[in-house]
Unconditional design. Structure first.
Length: 192
């Protein structure tokens, strides 16, 4: 898979993504300005059927940095290690892993990449019924992790409706399984 760039309403993201044999790996970099200017780097590895195995995220800004390493074991238990330097107003990074029971996927806030895993796992680009998920949601740039219920509904034509706690967006996916348009968040940039 080639690298992809998304221009966001509040920044930009670059990722190199490999999708093969029901697995996804990605490394990426994002920049943003809300709630404070930040730079973020991540590495994502999934196992079979696009189930998250590991997400490592590093965020930094003026006089602060944070890092988390989220891992999901084959039996479904999660671990989370955290590093925090300097002061950043807002929630502390990390999570009590016990609250993530039942989550198969991570969802990196403000990133269109992590919506891909549940969509591919359930073949939603070719139709199907709505599916409810529990996600390990990672806030950006704070890197606080929480349990978040989400619903994905295939609408046809490569469009999947995403719903989460009063938020809704119709996500447009390309043939490669990656989001090409996420209203209110990002638009994929293609070479002309």
């Amino acid at each position: 898979m080639p690298s992809v760039v998304w221009v966001k309403d509040e920044g930009a993201e670059y990722a190199h993504v490999e999708i093969s044999d029901g697995r996804l790996t990605a490394t990426g970099t994002a920049v943003g300005a809300v709630p404070v200017p930040y730079r973020l780097e991540y590495e994502l590895v999934t196992g079979r059927q696009y189930v998250t195995e590991a997400l490592s995220v590093r965020a930094q800004g003026a006089e602060w940095s944070r890092a988390i390493d989220l891992k999901r074991k084959a039996g479904g238990t999660w671990t989370c290690t955290v590093e925090s330097i300097g002061a950043l107003d807002g929630p502390a990074p990390g999570v009590d892993p016990g609250v993530l029971a039942g989550a198969l996927d991570c969802d990196l806030g403000l990133s269109p990449l992590t919506n891909t895993m549940p969509v591919l796992r359930h073949g939603m680009l070719t139709g199907g019924d709505p599916v409810d998920f529990v996600m390990a949601w990672v806030s950006v740039p704070h890197l606080a992790v929480s349990r978040e219920p989400q619903r994905y509904t295939p609408l046809g034509g490569g469009v999947v409706r995403f719903e989460s706690e009063g938020f809704q967006a119709d996500l447009t996916f390309g043939a490669d399984g990656l989001i090409s348009r996420y209203p209110g968040l990002a638009q994929q940039v293609t070479a002309s």
